[in-house]
Design a protein around this ligand. Structure first.
Ligand SMILES: [Zn+2]
Ligand SMILES: [Zn+2]
Length: 338
């Protein structure tokens, strides 16, 4: 089969590679129902993460199980399944505490922009649906694999409570689904920080009540103006840069919380400033596995439609164009037909 590789900055190729096969008795092979490109894939694409050799890409997936190893018990051939970007056993202490992305046996998934995928630790990693979803639900199921689960974790880590005032830094797919998550958790006011019209529109559809276009110190000033100088209860930081993290911390009221899920790139926090901010910080790679059963139910019941973040669909052969469109911010998120 063919799969997606990155060879260097802005050099994405869809090229031959061996079909995945069962390597350990705990593996499963799935045939993807669709693939996609993640905002975090743009870090290596833009040359911010170094690439030393051709590296396979893709960590978001859902599809049909076509083969299982001898020790796999919880998933069966023919089932539709979803997993997260880290395979996890779901039995070790960290998994049991709900932090499957810190699993003692975790394995990073990075070959999912391809028609078939090997999933390690299949019993712990994959969540099957009661029945295969109808085709129009597949984009929303795929969104659960990372961006919806990550947005949900951002809101949870930011301690969003019913009636809360929330700000979301970042208008990528995760930020937009963070808006949706905050809404589902009962936030009364949700301020989306975005300067892109199509993203503002989707943010409002997902539940944003206010839009702030300013960034950095101006963004903080605007949030303070909107909250009588107090700051918001919860901020979802969905970018991962120094500017976005400072914007998040300084927009939060004393005693409030920041949930940060943007993959950290060069962020450093000044101890004095943090000390006097009185702000709770929690975040990291979202333990999406914990949220999958609940979110799958919401998609199946058509309560949520997180698949709306896919605003470009391409055949997987054209994956390079999908990266380009996201890099140039012409697309929020690209769905790849396999
Ligand atoms: Zn992702
Ligand atoms: Zn574990």
């Amino acid at each position: 089969m063919k799969g997606t590789f990155i060879h260097g900055p802005r050099d994405i190729r869809f090229e031959d590679r061996p079909d995945p096969k069962i390597e350990k008795p705990t593996d499963a092979i799935i045939k993807l129902s669709a693939g996609c490109i993640c905002g975090s894939d743009l870090w290596p694409y833009r040359g911010i993460n170094k690439i030393t050799q051709p590296t396979p890409m893709g960590h978001e997936y859902c599809g049909i199980v076509v083969e299982t190893g001898n020790e796999v018990k919880n998933v069966k051939k023919g089932q539709f399944v979803i997993g997260s970007f880290f395979a996890s056993d779901n039995t070790c202490p960290h998994c049991k505490n709900g932090y499957q992305t810190s699993c003692q046996h975790r394995e990073y998934m990075n070959q999912a922009q391809a028609p078939y995928l090997r999933v390690p630790l299949a019993d712990g990693t994959l969540v099957p649906t009661a029945e295969p979803p109808s085709p129009e639900l597949v984009p929303s199921m795929l969104a659960l694999s990372d961006v919806m689960g990550t947005g949900w974790f951002a809101a949870e880590a930011a301690n969003v409570k019913p009636g809360a005032t929330v700000a979301v830094v970042g208008d990528g797919a995760v930020g937009l689904l963070g808006v949706l998550s905050a809404k589902l958790m009962g936030a009364a006011r949700i301020i989306a920080m975005s300067r892109h019209e199509t993203r503002q529109k989707l943010a409002k559809e997902f539940g944003a009540t206010d839009i702030v276009t300013e960034r950095g110190d101006d963004g903080i000033t605007r949030i303070k103006e909107l909250t009588k100088g107090i700051g918001v209860d919860s901020v979802l930081e969905c970018v991962g840069t120094q500017e976005s993290m400072m914007q998040a911390i300084h927009s939060t009221r004393p005693g409030g919380s920041v949930g940060f899920v943007g993959v950290s790139h060069g962020v450093s926090i000044d101890g004095d400033q943090f000390f006097y901010s009185h702000v709770h910080l929690h975040g990291g790679p979202a333990p999406v596995r914990r949220f999958l059963p609940g979110l799958i139910g919401r998609v199946m019941r058509k309560e949520i439609n997180p698949g709306k973040v896919f605003d470009l669909t391409l055949p997987i052969e054209n994956v390079a164009e999908g990266y380009k469109a996201m890099d140039e911010r012409r697309a929020i998120k690209t769905l790849l037909k396999v």
